[in-house]
Design a protein around this ligand. Structure first.
Ligand SMILES: C[S@@+](CC[C@H](N)C(=O)[O-])C[C@H]1O[C@@H](n2cnc3c(N)ncnc32)[C@H](O)[C@@H]1O
Length: 196
């Protein structure tokens, strides 16, 4: 009874702004998504090499994570999400594929318990728009990214929280990042930044 009562509320959250409900995580695993951004495209855009330490913020159920982790044969991938249920789903997906170079990190929504300059790459796909404390996150990304590292932000169509390229440039610029490369179009893009 209580589940039935809760359903319209979850559906509302699915189509509105705010944290994507884990109950709809299955919609993020539909391969049709490759029309907008395929794992292969993302790997190229991230300029990955096998020894890198990579942080994926907001992996959800891990649509992109296995392909990324497979490149990092001498490095590792850290998956950081604010919903434990999403981390559980991504863990299940990666373990099923026998991928072990992955760590899981439950976010508190403000700061990250990682040393300065830990990561070669930090990336977010359809996430930044729904992060409540964007300013805190960007200042943390600056702190934990290595000096020659890349912060990569992708936004895809159909996301009610999607940020424009200009919004992303303004936000990142305030925290010491400079534009590096842009892929895609206004509606559907990956934008990469480096530390100034
Ligand atoms: C729309 S889903 C995208 C999932 C995945 N990146 C993809 O493209 O399939 C957004 C994800 O960001 C996570 N998220 C939202 N706010 C967050 C925050 N402040 N910190 C970490 N993860 C967050 C949500 O829990 C959800 O898993």
């Amino acid at each position: 009874m209580s589940l039935q009562k809760g359903k319209p509320e979850i559906t509302k959250r699915f189509v509105s702004k705010g944290i994507f409900p884990y109950q709809y995580a299955f919609t993020l695993l539909i391969p049709l998504r490759n029309i907008f951004l395929s794992p292969k495209q993302l790997i190229n855009r991230l300029e990955l090499t096998d020894r890198m330490n990579v942080l994926e913020v907001g992996p959800g159920p891990g649509y992109y994570s296995p392909a990324i982790a497979k490149i990092l044969t001498n490095g590792k991938l850290v998956l950081a999400d604010i919903q434990k249920e999403m981390l559980d789903l991504s863990k299940k997906r990666l373990e099923k594929k026998g991928i072990t170079n992955v760590e899981y990190y439950l976010c508190d929504g403000n700061s990250f318990q990682f040393e300065d300059e830990t990561f070669d790459r930090i990336f977010l796909v359809s996430v930044l728009g729904e992060v409540e404390n964007k300013e805190n996150y960007l200042s943390e990304f600056y702190r934990i990214l290595k000096y020659d590292g890349i912060l990569s932000i992708s936004e895809l169509p159909g996301d009610p929280d999607r940020l424009t390229i200009e919004e992303v440039k303004t936000l990142t610029g305030k925290h010491g990042f400079e534009f590096y490369k842009l892929y895609g179009s206004k509606r559907n893009y990956t934008i990469n930044f480096k530390k100034k």
